[in-house]
Design a protein around this ligand. Structure first.
Ligand SMILES: *Cc1c(COP(=O)(O)O)cnc(C)c1O
Length: 453
């Protein structure tokens, strides 16, 4: 077998060799030293997937303080779609930092905020009149989408789905499905949040079409909430933390159609799926769904904290002056980063790149699944793909095996993440600028890890 610990001819991206190269055990001594300090100074509630401390990153690699160069299949949880320290982002951010760092947009505005809102109007699905408001985090965007929908409809109820993840603030905890670790002990939660059944093809006891799954969900909402009580339905077009669940075709359009017939605001939470990740700029586009409101964050600004709600102008304008905002929302440095990221997304053809990454990965993972019955399902779209680990011959989740494979990848210098309601999903979110050779090598490492016991 070839030496899996070092690539032969590394390409160089932004001055950083694109290679996997381990020079110490993982984590190395300097990371371990920093981690001891982390454990003493940082609250235990803030967990760590892999305690290697990063010094530099770019293209498809993360370089740690011990000099280990790892392949990044996480993108900081679908954030650095355009790559870490993307040169366009770095240049615009440093330029902005030198001009001014903050005025508060609600006090004295600046052009960058307006330009980001203009770009969002252009990039999001639908050719209706659109407006946006900017925030700091995904959870804050989701909270504000609910505020807007409630004012615009005069209704209270919010409908979300099984396996949903919408954030960690009080309202978004209520909207998130999974108790441990996101909600456990943190109640009481916000009221008027109702949960409907999702379309999760791998876990249906018998095949259910997308339209049938949508009717099942609509019936639950109708009977248990009442359509005329519902302000909004909030849904991830492909679920993220919940397990990279891709609903059956027809599910999203049927729900969206029903919302429009019943005066319900259809909110697509594209915080994880947005900005090229799934092979189109937004995941809703794959089924021609046009949301009333869309929430974005993660991939919008190349790693700087920024989020937005974009939607129909008449809904966005329903809120009274002063009703939306926040001290830092649409910070000028984050806006500069967003404009540079959007430029990179469009000029470097990154959505197309995501589609190509998806083809490569899904083909390799399907081969792997054919060899290993513990891989129950391979799914995803673009550079957002996953495998679900089960007891062979059943759909019983095997979270221990997902954790074992992920840890084995980490030991070999490939950063992977797990997710899912049952913790048995291994997910892959490479930066869209990853080199083909590096991606292929990461998949070789994964293959060896899956074959291990
Ligand atoms: C990450 C995520 C959120 C929360 O975003 P934060 O920036 O962590 O608050 C909300 N919805 C989805 C779909 C996400 O993936």
């Amino acid at each position: 077998m070839t030496d899996l610990r070092e690539s032969s001819v590394p390409a160089v991206v932004d001055g950083l060799p694109q290679r996997r190269r381990l020079v110490t055990e993982i984590p190395g001594p300097r990371s371990r030293e920093l981690h001891a300090r982390k454990l003493a100074a940082v609250a235990d509630g803030v967990g760590t997937t892999l305690p290697v401390y990063i010094e530099r990153a770019g293209g498809g690699v993360l370089v740690d303080v011990d000099g280990n160069s790892m392949i990044d299949l996480g993108s900081g949880i679908a954030v650095v779609n355009v790559g870490n320290a993307n040169p366009r982002v770095a240049a615009r951010v440093s330029e902005q930092v030198q001009r001014f760092t903050h005025t508060c947009f609600m006090v004295t505005p600046y052009a960058g905020y307006v330009e980001v809102c203009e770009a969002l109007a252009r990039l999001t699905p639908g050719d209706h009149a659109k407006k946006s408001a900017l925030f700091n985090s995904g959870a804050e965007a989701v909270e504000n989408a609910v505020k807007i929908a409630r004012v615009a409809t005069g209704r209270d109820a919010v409908v979300v789905f099984d396996h949903a993840y919408h954030g960690r603030t009080n309202l978004t905890m209520a909207m998130t499905a999974k108790s441990m670790p996101y909600k456990h002990g943190f109640g009481p939660f916000a009221g008027e949040v109702y949960r409907a059944p999702m379309s999760y093809p791998f876990r249906e006891p018998a095949p259910v079409s997308g339209v049938e799954a949508a009717r099942r969900a609509i019936s639950v909402i109708d009977k248990q909430v009442g359509a005329d009580e519902v302000a909004c339905v909030v849904i991830e077009p492909i679920q993220g933390e919940g397990g990279f669940v891709v609903p059956a075709p027809g599910f999203l359009p049927t729900i969206a159609q029903w919302c429009s017939e019943n005066g319900i605001v259809f909110v697509a939470d594209e915080i994880q799926t947005g900005f090229g990740r799934t092979g189109s700029v937004f995941a809703c586009e794959h089924e021609g769904v046009v949301p009333d409101l869309i929430t974005v964050a993660k991939g919008i600004a190349g790693g700087l904290p920024l989020a937005a709600v974009t939607g129909r102008a008449e809904l966005m304008d329903a809120v009274h002056v002063g009703g939306l905002g926040g001290t830092y929302g649409g910070n000028p440095v984050a806006c500069a980063a967003a404009l540079a990221s959007i430029e990179s997304l469009e000029q470097d053809g990154l959505a197309g790149r995501a589609a190509a990454i998806g083809e490569t990965m899904l083909a390799r993972l399907a081969e792997l699944a054919a060899k290993h019955p513990k891989i129950g399902d391979v799914r995803g779209r673009g550079a957002m793909v996953a495998i679900e680990l089960v007891t062979p011959g059943t759909t019983d989740p095997d979270p221990a095996e997902a954790a074992r494979i992920s840890a084995a990848c980490h030991q070999q210098g490939v950063l992977t993440l797990t997710c899912g309601t049952f913790g048995n999903v291994l997910r892959f979110l490479p930066p869209l600028v990853i080199e083909d050779a590096l991606l292929a090598e990461a998949l070789d490492v994964l293959e060896t890890a899956v074959a291990g016991q």
